[in-house]
Ligand binder design. Structure first.
Ligand code: UD1
Length: 379
């Protein structure tokens, strides 16, 4: 079976790694090709993940870069069409919900190449989110829909996807987390930053709804300032977020005007979040694992904190991952300052959720996916 795996943006890399590793155990059955669209291209948004996770160098790099949604999606489709026509894969494996994911699915489906979508069926039911559109389109076109939870199976059934295409396999991102957790902890990341384990908060923000409007971003930074009166708040920021903080003139609301974090235990606590460059996979996992609190608008971090048993506040109005609320450590709090601060202080007073491990988030999802593909069990 000739398999083309496609990745484009940061959250794709930790999902494809365990699938490629598992397929490599069957060299007679699988010939693997890895294509990177280049949606994310900065070293710390891409290269460092390949190194940390031991992902093979991509066979092809399309270099599409940034742009509006239509520009980016169209560029990926034009380039990827050439790859599929040249390679006639069977099937194309796509992960997650970024623009790259949807673009590949459309190209492959139109060329009658089977699409395997890993992380199918998640729904926020909010079509203002570009990812929701990517998810709905990708799932509608996929032949193998690999899901992480029962509510995803139900969403797909509601959309009329035939049962024989749906495979509940667990969570490949958790395969990667469990594999690398010990290594990440051994790095001693908090100590390197002069932090005490269990006595700091970590923040990530990049959703357009949080960072593209000055008033919303300002309110969130004010909330982080309030929380920083109680404990250090570490903020590895996506390039888009750094750009917006500069553009909106909000640089004074965070520490380090140079937008980089100094590794020094003697730094002055100024009741502002510490802004720093995005971290690699292992460093971020090491930092997150010992945090007392995460604040995020990421999808994946809601799942990772559930496994790490770290209380998580999601700064969005909804989530496509409700299992992290029902069973995990997640609370969806929106983007208003008062609510963020109140919930954070509650957690610091010991009110954080402990949660439990969701069904099949056991480190063996990739094994199940490869099992299905080997048996050819799809409609
Ligand atoms: C994308 C995904 C989002 C995912 C996120 C993880 C879509 C619609 N969104 O959002 O679902 O949660 O990745 O990070 O696919 N930039 C750089 N260097 C890079 C990449 C981006 O500077 O390597 C900057 C550029 O200014 C770019 C902006 O970030 O325009 C946004 O990048 P883009 O890939 O369009 O979307 P993300 O916000 O990263």
């Amino acid at each position: 079976m000739r398999v083309i795996h496609v990745v484009g943006a940061r959250p794709n890399f930790m999902k494809i790694a365990p699938i490629m590793e598992e397929m490599a155990k069957y060299p007679e059955q699988f010939q693997q090709v890895l294509v990177h669209t280049g949606q994310h291209y900065d070293d710390n948004m891409s290269r460092v993940f390949f190194e940390d996770l031991g992902i093979p160098k991509p066979n092809l790099y399309l270099g599409v870069g940034s742009g509006s949604h239509a520009e980016q999606t169209a560029r990926i489709m034009v380039e990827f069409e050439k790859v599929v026509i040249g390679g006639r894969p069977d099937p194309v494996v796509v992960v997650g919900d970024v623009n790259s994911t949807m673009a590949w699915a459309i190209v492959a489906a139109k060329l009658w190449v089977p699409v395997a979508h890993v992380e199918a069926g998640l729904r926020s039911f909010d079509r203002r989110m570009p990812e929701e559109i990517n998810r709905v389109v990708t799932d509608a076109l996929s032949n193998y829909l690999f899901t992480t939870c029962q509510d995803a199976n139900e969403n797909l059934r509601q959309e009329g996807i035939p049962e024989e295409k749906i495979f509940f396999v667990g969570n490949v991102m958790i395969d990667t987390l469990l594999k690398h957790k010990e290594r990440a902890l051994e790095l001693g990341v908090p100590e390197q930053y002069g932090l005490e384990a269990g006595k700091y908060a970590v923040v990530t923000l990049h959703r357009p709804s949080n960072v593209d409007e000055s008033a919303v971003l300002k309110g969130i930074l004010e909330a982080l300032g309030e929380i920083a009166k109680r404990l250090p708040v570490i903020f590895p920021a996506h390039p888009r977020t750094q750009q917006r903080i500069r553009e909106f003139g909000l640089g004074d609301m965070v520490q380090s005007s140079k937008l980089s974090f100094t590794r020094s235990s003697s730094r002055k606590q100024e009741n502002k979040a510490w802004l720093m460059e995005p971290l690699g996979y292992l460093e971020f996992l090491g930092l997150m694992a010992d945090a007392s609190l995460m604040l995020t608008d990421s999808g994946g971090i809601q799942e990772e904190t559930t496994i790490l048993r770290v209380p998580c506040l999601t700064l969005r109005e909804n989530t496509e991952r409700p299992i992290t609320i029902a069973e995990g450590t997640n609370v969806v709090v929106g983007s208003r300052k008062e609510r963020i601060v109140a919930e954070a202080l509650g957690i610091l007073e010991g009110e954080g959720k402990v949660g439990r491990v969701p069904e099949l988030w056991d480190g063996r999802a990739a094994e199940r996916i490869v099992g299905v593909l080997l048996n050819g069990k799809a409609a």
